[in-house]
Design a protein around this ligand. Structure first.
Ligand SMILES: Nc1nc2c(ncn2[C@@H]2O[C@H](COP(=O)(O)OP(=O)(O)OP(=O)(O)O)[C@@H](O)[C@H]2O)c(=O)[nH]1
Ligand SMILES: [Mg+2]
Length: 195
């Protein structure tokens, strides 16, 4: 009732109903345990407790003030990663989550997966948000270390990408990073030489 009245008032007196928020289809990848489901659940105001490893994929509509992101998370276990590319079609942007405190071996695997994604024909022109998660752990590498280790500068030159540190206990920083991604998704006249 209150909503009806508010909508009526809006329609009669001023600007009409608010414009619908644009929706974007994104794919979210990263090794198992990097925190994809946990971060997405928190963004949807769902509990991040008792989360189990994603088998296959899972889709969430993540609401923001100026956009809705339909995020398809692909499970990151060894036996699932080889199927990732089958689920890339239709994506308008990519979220890559990594555990900044993981072992050298896992970090190298994450680097290889990120490189493959950045070069994949269905993803290579899309905006990328790379989240260096688990920053609350003492062993976490800084974004500078990760940028160097992942050799992102030469590989991602000319692409739209953002690398940000984050952790599950600082969701404001995560939201800020997603806002930057939404800005990139909204950009129409992208000039590759800018970044
Ligand atoms: N300390 C810490 N733990 C985290 C953080 N993010 C996620 N975790 C924990 O890491 C574990 C794995 O998180 P998930 O969200 O299931 O990871 P995932 O990337 O979805 O894993 P898959 O679905 O298997 O690909 C959970 O126990 C989380 O609580 C973080 O920033 N810091
Ligand atoms: Mg998951």
């Amino acid at each position: 009732m209150v909503t009806d009245r508010t909508e009526c008032f809006r329609a009669l007196c001023c600007k009409g109903p608010p414009p619908p928020r644009p929706e974007y289809d994104l794919v979210c990848i990263g090794l198992t345990g990097s925190g994809k489901t946990s971060l997405l659940s928190q963004l949807c105001s769902e509990s991040a407790e008792n989360i189990v490893s994603t088998t296959g994929f899972s889709i969430k509509a993540v609401p923001f003030q100026n956009a809705i992101l339909n995020v398809k998370e692909l499970g990151g276990a060894d036996n699932i990663r080889k199927y990732w590319s089958r689920y890339y079609q239709g994506s308008q942007g990519v979220i890559f989550v990594l555990d900044s405190a993981s072992s050298e071996d896992d970090l190298e695997t994450a680097r290889n997966e990120l490189h493959s994604a950045l070069q994949h024909p269905q993803l290579c022109t899309l905006p990328f948000l790379i989240l260096a998660n688990h920053q609350d752990k003492p062993a976490a590498r800084s974004v500078q270390e990760i940028k160097k280790y992942f050799e992102l500068e030469p590989l991602a030159r000319g692409k739209r990408w953002i690398l940000k540190p984050c952790s599950l206990d600082d969701m404001e920083a995560v939201k800020d990073s997603f806002s930057l991604l939404i800005n990139l998704l909204e950009e129409r006249d992208f000039e590759p030489s800018r970044m």
